[in-house]
Design a protein around this ligand. Sequence first.
Ligand SMILES: Cc1cc2nc3c(=O)[nH]c(=O)nc-3n(C[C@H](O)[C@H](O)[C@H](O)COP(=O)(O)O)c2cc1C
Length: 232
Amino acid sequence: MELQEVLRSTGAVREFTPEAVPDETVWRLLDTARFAPSGGNRQGWRVVVVKDPAIRARLRELYLPAWYEYLAISSAGLVPWAPVTDRAAEAEAARGAPQVAVAAGRGEGGFAENLDKVPVLLVLLADFRALAAVDRDFERYTLVGGASIYPFAWSLLLAAREEGLGGVLTTMAVRAEPEVKELLGAGPELAVAGVMALGRPTRRATRLKRGAVESFATVDRADGPAFTATGP
Ligand SMILES: Cc1cc2nc3c(=O)[nH]c(=O)nc-3n(C[C@H](O)[C@H](O)[C@H](O)COP(=O)(O)O)c2cc1C
């Protein structure tokens, strides 16, 4: 596949065929993703390949409360856990999470409720000793450390695509980070960056919804005119 086509069409995949993915394939994905960039080339990513059904089930349990909270906050028209948001409105909306959970419990469940059954389940960890987090000392929410980990996650998803696989990076379980770390025996220097599901997709998105360049790129200043292909 053409790289550009891959970049424009690799959407989140949350439904998988029951086909198992051999360890050899997972190893190959990791072997390709390790060439991702990171600040100072410190490669602070760590990966736990979760096979044990009991650990998988516990991860699903830890994922779900945040997922229901996410749905409750979203349905109030807010961006869940945005660093800049109306915290009071968010807290109020989050109180609806138990009802969302009850409603979800009535159905057969979707991706979240079946997280333990995905063909491949990876927990991505970040070694805080290896992150060049240049905004570490700021008062504001810090952002830069993740930039040394998430390109690796994206490379994993792109490598999976090459193998006819698909998947999604998830972060809901990070809300329960202490429990996830305890579950995995992760030391104090490690943070949970995400949980990735991979497998053979039952279907692929045909068209991804993304904003146009003009909606996020400007000229010279953040409040400058929209950057267009043809200029002023
Ligand atoms: C940092 C990050 C966190 C995400 N967390 C979750 C998650 O917890 N659960 C989930 O189902 N999808 C998660 N996603 C997937 C996004 O929902 C998905 O990339 C986005 O909706 C675009 O979907 P599309 O590529 O299918 O259009 C996450 C994606 C990123 C990049």
